[in-house]
Design a protein around this ligand. Structure first.
Ligand SMILES: NC(=O)c1ccc[n+]([C@@H]2O[C@H](COP(=O)([O-])OP(=O)(O)OC[C@H]3O[C@@H](n4cnc5c(N)ncnc54)[C@H](OP(=O)(O)O)[C@@H]3O)[C@@H](O)[C@H]2O)c1
Length: 260
């Protein structure tokens, strides 16, 4: 038990420590997939398969670890882990299937996802799934938390709002991809406010999760998501401006409506 506590605390520390270097390095160097793909990053795999494999620990590891927790059969812990599993069922299974069925020419040259990026994503998901699952099923104090349901439902509203925006925006983008003919300017809804509503929605989701779990693990995940996605949104915004110039809507912000 002591060794698990030590593993948990060291993993938590690692989650907080990798945020700042991720943020700084992502300001200068974009993960080489999607709009920022470029040669020189080694072998690649089919993107839907990459998403499925690298996100999969969030399902299998969570389901493997969860039953070993003290609170694994407490209804509160089961309710609490559900949004996490729901998000990752969508990201691991539904999203790759949608990518697959909407990819016009599956083996288009240069369309691969670098194995090295997928391995890094996989590693992060192992760390994060361990922390979130272990917090919810083992370390959270349910008896002493008189605000549990307030935080749960308050956070859940934020989480659902973020997930709705994330899923809607991903669907629009993948739909544009299906049309073929290269990248286009996405239009309508949240795209009139920011260049990357899918990333905005993702950040809002994990903010809701941090409130729901009321934990350092949840907060660390939210901050890491921001450290990863804000610089990528900035790079995407600049990429759109360079590619589409005058045709790109001037009022559109990077990721935070009206502000940034
Ligand atoms: N929690 C985290 O830290 C984290 C990290 C990364 C991603 N994610 C989530 O994973 C999801 C996917 O991320 P992503 O970085 O792959 O998103 P993305 O770059 O916006 O791409 C999403 C899909 O839409 C296509 N696409 C994007 N912009 C397009 C345009 N203007 N015209 C036509 N097609 C376009 C992309 O094709 P191409 O692949 O050909 O560009 C890709 O298939 C998002 O929901 C994101 O929030 C989460």
């Amino acid at each position: 038990m002591a060794s698990d506590q030590s593993l948990f605390h060291h993993s938590l520390l690692a989650l907080f420590l990798i945020g700042p270097p991720t943020f700084i390095s992502c300001l200068f160097l974009q993960a080489p997939y999607g709009k920022h793909r470029r040669p020189g990053w080694g072998p690649t795999i089919y993107p839907p398969l990459a998403w499925f494999l690298m996100e999969s620990p969030t399902l299998w590891l969570t389901l493997l670890i969860f039953p070993y927790g003290l609170h694994s059969s407490n209804p509160k812990s089961l309710v609490l882990i559900s949004p996490f599993l729901f998000h990752y069922f969508h990201r691991t299974c539904i999203y790759p299937l949608r990518l697959h069925s909407n990819t016009a020419r599956r083996n288009a040259a240069g369309a691969g996802f670098p194995v090295v990026v997928a391995v890094m994503g996989f590693g992060f998901n192992v760390l994060n799934a361990y922390l979130q699952a272990r917090w919810v099923s083992q370390y959270k104090d349910y008896e002493g938390d008189g605000w549990f349901w307030w935080r749960f439902f308050g956070g859940l509203v934020v989480f659902w709002g973020g997930m709705a925006v994330n899923m809607w925006a991903d669907r629009v983008l993948v739909g544009l991809k299906k049309e073929g003919g290269g990248y286009k300017v996405p239009r309508g809804g949240w795209f009139e406010l920011v260049s990357c509503p899918n990333y905005l929605g993702e950040m809002v989701e994990w903010l809701g999760w941090a409130v729901m779990t009321w934990s350092w693990a949840g907060l660390g995940f939210f901050l890491y998501t921001c450290a990863n996605l804000v610089p990528r949104a900035r790079a995407n915004h600049r990429w759109y401006l360079e590619k589409f110039g005058e045709d790109y809507p001037k009022a559109r912000k990077v990721i935070i409506p009206f502000l940034y």
